[in-house]
Ligand binder design. Structure first.
Ligand code: DX5
Ligand code: ZN
Length: 225
């Protein structure tokens, strides 16, 4: 299975980083019932990004719930030396892994190592990195992730320059490579990001920060048509 099987034109991906971890499984089930199929799982190591977030130990409990309902887990590695964590992510039930070009000494080698673990592959880049630098390295990946915040925390303000950066990226990539955006995505910008060419929308606080999770998910999915 691959991203092309998982994406129904476009996907809103609830970012579990913003969930209530005391009831993580329940919140995932609520969103699965609301129609979410791709869940975003942020791994931060306290080095590439300041905070330590969650890792395979949490992933292994969530992945069976998601897989049982036909969903998938898209793992965003905000870590140095991402190659060290690929096997553990695959073992814990991750379906796709996205690593940062700023954190990888040899991007094609990490992409190949991820594929060897049976993972789909994404390449992420920070706001300070040029979209062209990511596009030039995207030959071996399924998606490119344009960060619209500095990676690290949920709940930060969207950087409006991301809309143009997504457009530039889309123009540089082959049609077969998906464009994902992550950080501060919500009702106010999802339409513009889609128009610029993104098809994968990671959403943390604009879903989990609302009282009614299904309604928040549904409104965002509807905005994509
Ligand atoms: C933070 C993570 C994001 C985060 C997004 O660096 O990569 O996935 O959870 O959260 P919001 O949508 O609140 O910016
Ligand atoms: Zn993320």
């Amino acid at each position: 299975m691959s991203w092309d099987d998982w994406i129904r034109t476009a996907e809103v991906e609830p970012s579990l980083y913003a969930a209530d971890f005391s009831r993580l499984g329940g919140q995932v089930e609520i969103l699965l019932r609301a129609g979410a199929r791709v869940f975003h799982f942020d791994v931060g190591d306290g080095h590439f990004v300041p905070p330590i977030t969650v890792g395979p130990i949490v992933l292994q409990w969530i992945s069976p719930i998601v897989h049982r309902a036909g969903g998938v887990l898209d793992c965003h590695l905000m870590v140095e030396e991402p190659e060290r964590h690929l096997a553990a992510i695959a073992e814990a039930g991750g379906d796709s892994v996205t690593f940062h070009l700023e954190a990888a000494a040899d991007v094609p080698a990490v992409a190949r190592a991820a594929r060897a673990e049976g993972l789909q592959v994404g390449l992420a880049f920070n706001p300070a990195t040029e979209p062209a630098a990511a596009a030039a390295l995207a030959r071996e990946v399924d998606l490119v992730l344009c960060m619209s915040i500095e990676p690290g925390y949920s709940g930060q303000a969207f950087m409006p320059a991301a809309i143009e950066r997504v457009g530039e990226l889309r123009g540089l990539l082959p049609a077969s490579v998906h464009v994902q955006v992550d950080g501060g995505v919500g009702h106010e910008n999802i339409g513009s990001l889609a128009a610029a060419g993104a098809d994968l929308f990671v959403v943390g606080s604009a879903i989990f920060g609302r009282r009614n999770l299904p309604r928040a998910y549904d409104r965002l999915a509807q905005a994509l048509g």
